[in-house]
Design a protein around this ligand. Structure first.
Ligand SMILES: C[S@@+](CC[C@H](N)C(=O)[O-])C[C@H]1O[C@@H](n2cnc3c(N)ncnc32)[C@H](O)[C@@H]1O
Length: 262
């Protein structure tokens, strides 16, 4: 019998109503290319395989789960089990035809933020992502300017993706039960970016610096990167806090810095 491991963030879904709701939200159809991150003991894997005529890629880090998954799903020849770390996995290696990738997973909470940043690198190959995460992380991913959860994670994600909070899942739906609520988020990479940063690294640097100290003004957090006058020139008030600025404003700051460096 496999024992749940904390270090792999293992909280297995055991609530059929919730599993059903997740699969309905994903709405998988035969012919689509789905990839499940962290299949665990197969709670979502099973209904996905049924909906996808047995064709699915799964990525699992816990090597003790691999033989269990193989035995459980031996009938499905189209199931590819990758024993790998999703944080290091080359998702482009799965995009061998022109079908976009659909990512799903009840993710280990301990790697959720770095995994989100990693997946952004592959966003052009992905049509959508449905993830279960800690509720607080989903709130951050979906937050708008002025919300208390609004910050670096939400801005970097929403720059590339539309983020939608689907529903909340209580601790009792898992075994072992986590200490906090979880939620399902749908992330849809944008085909066209509404605001384009000329230099993406610079944009990322501005967002990071702007939130370095949440209670400080832009003037203070961006000191050394861009001066007060340059902010005023592009209609950004240096006395406000970063949490009031929309994504377009951050792009405007980064683009002004990029132009002045040319
Ligand atoms: C929260 S459990 C979910 C399991 C299953 N999908 C379910 O809903 O019951 C997270 C799963 O991700 C796996 N995992 C943890 N870290 C991982 C990583 N870096 N790459 C791939 N899988 C990982 C764990 O072993 C576990 O199976």
């Amino acid at each position: 019998m496999h024992k749940a491991r904390k270090r792999f963030g293992q909280n297995f879904l055991n609530d059929h109503h919730v599993i059903d709701r997740i699969v309905k939200s994903i709405n998988p159809t035969v012919g689509q290319h789905l990839i499940e991150i962290g299949p665990g003991r197969g709670a979502i894997t099973e209904p996905l395989l049924q909906a996808l005529d047995g064709h699915l890629d799964v990525i699992e880090l816990d090597r003790d789960l691999i033989p269990i998954l193989k035995a459980q799903f031996f009938r499905y020849e189209g199931l590819e089990i990758h024993e790998a770390d999703a944080l290091k996995f080359d998702f482009a290696s799965l995009a061998q035809d022109d079908r976009p990738l659909r990512l799903v997973g009840n993710l280990p909470y301990n790697i959720s933020t770095p995994l989100m940043f990693r997946l952004l690198e592959f966003s052009e190959l992905i049509s959508d992502m449905h993830f279960m995460l800690q509720k607080e992380v989903v709130e951050r991913l979906c937050a708008a300017p002025g919300d208390s959860a609004y910050g670096r994670l939400g801005i970097m994600m929403q720059y590339r993706c539309e983020a939608r909070y689907l529903f909340t899942v209580p601790p009792g739906s898992f075994s072992p039960a986590p200490k906090v609520d979880s939620a399902i988020v749908k992330l849809t990479p944008r085909k066209e970016l509404p605001y384009k940063a000329e230099n993406f690294q610079l944009f990322a640097q501005v967002v990071k610096a702007a939130f370095a100290q949440r209670r400080k003004t832009l003037r203070n957090n961006l000191k050394g990167l861009i001066d007060e006058q340059a902010l005023t020139n592009i209609d950004i008030n240096p006395s406000v806090r970063a949490e009031t600025l929309d994504i377009e404003s951050f792009v405007r700051i980064a683009n002004a810095m990029h132009e002045s460096a040319q």
